[in-house]
Design a protein around this ligand. Structure first.
Ligand code: AMP
Length: 278
């Protein structure tokens, strides 16, 4: 696997390729890789001639400095996993390589920035679009791969891709879960054994809504889903919503294009998850 730390190294490598013939897939990550990340790499490998993974813990998307500080960075292990799976290129820049001091960014995310993650994590999507724009502009990938796990992020990036007419084919890949249903996340490593048990509530409540979507009314579904969180003092529910899958506007009545999304802190660790309905 080629390993580049600077934009100029990566750029000159990309310039040496025949881009008419070599279709490039990009998988942006923040590292601490797990099977969820690897599924995106595999999806790229299936459809592209060259797969580039990036690992960059992007400071501008963290609205909580403590979360940034604690974010796991096992780069040696990540590189091993990427080598093993046969990833072609790793781009792993330092912060100074990607950002000038006090650099501005004023892309307007719009409605998506006002709901769910946008509402609970002010500045998060400005930071996400700032770094993903830079990566897209640098690599100019034919395709880029993201997880349904961060569904709202996928919609935000799709909108940016359209707004800037970047013409990249974006793919959302299914959520990879542990055997018991917990969505894989780099943050799961922070959970102690008690919290790990409590964290399962996210999937259980989503599954409840999916299994009962036809039978119960919207208000019953929401009420019963929220009740999953009330008995457990380790859980602090931020939101549980049922929204339109294309716009993330909250539903007033059930439709065939819906998604249930949840964000919850488990102890000190903030987790998100979602399921597409019905
Ligand atoms: P992150 O490193 O958390 O920024 O995630 C990098 C990419 O991996 C994003 O597109 C995520 O949506 C995706 N991802 C994270 N967890 C999972 C998962 N459990 N299943 C599938 N994709 C995931």
């Amino acid at each position: 696997m080629k390993n580049f730390k600077t934009q100029s190294e990566l750029k000159s490598y990309l310039n040496s390729l025949n881009r008419e013939k070599v279709k490039v897939g990009l998988v942006p990550t923040m590292g601490a890789l797990h099977q969820g990340h690897l599924s995106l790499i595999e999806a790229s490998q299936k459809n592209c001639d060259l797969t580039i993974a990036s690992i960059f813990v992007n400071p501008t998307q963290f609205n909580n400095p403590d979360d940034l500080l604690k974010y796991p960075k096992p780069i040696e292990k990540d590189m091993e996993m990427l080598n093993e799976i046969g990833c072609d290129v790793l781009f792993h820049p330092d912060v100074d390589e990607m950002y000038q001091k006090n650099e501005g960014w004023n892309y307007q995310v719009g409605f998506l920035n006002t709901v769910l993650e946008g509402a609970f994590r002010p500045g998060h999507y400005e930071g996400v679009t700032q770094i993903v724009y830079k990566l897209f502009d640098l690599v100019k990938p034919d395709r880029a791969y993201f997880g349904q796990k961060d569904y709202q992020q996928f919609l935000v990036i799709s909108q940016m891709n359209q707004d800037f007419k970047m013409g990249i084919e974006l793919k959302a890949c299914p959520i990879v879960r542990e055997n018991d249903g917990l969505a894989m996340s780099s943050r799961n490593i922070h959970l102690n054994s008690q919290e790990r048990k409590s964290a399962l509530t996210l999937y259980q409540s989503l599954k409840f809504v999916r299994d009962n979507y036809q039978e119960l009314s919207l208000s019953e579904l929401l009420e019963k889903a929220q009740a999953f969180y009330q008995k457990d003092r380790l859980l602090n529910l931020e939101y549980f919503k049922i929204c339109d899958v294309n716009t993330l506007e909250e539903l007033n009545e059930k439709t065939a294009t819906a998604i249930a999304l949840v964000a919850c802190t488990v102890g000190q660790t903030r987790l998100i998850d979602n399921v597409i309905l019905p």
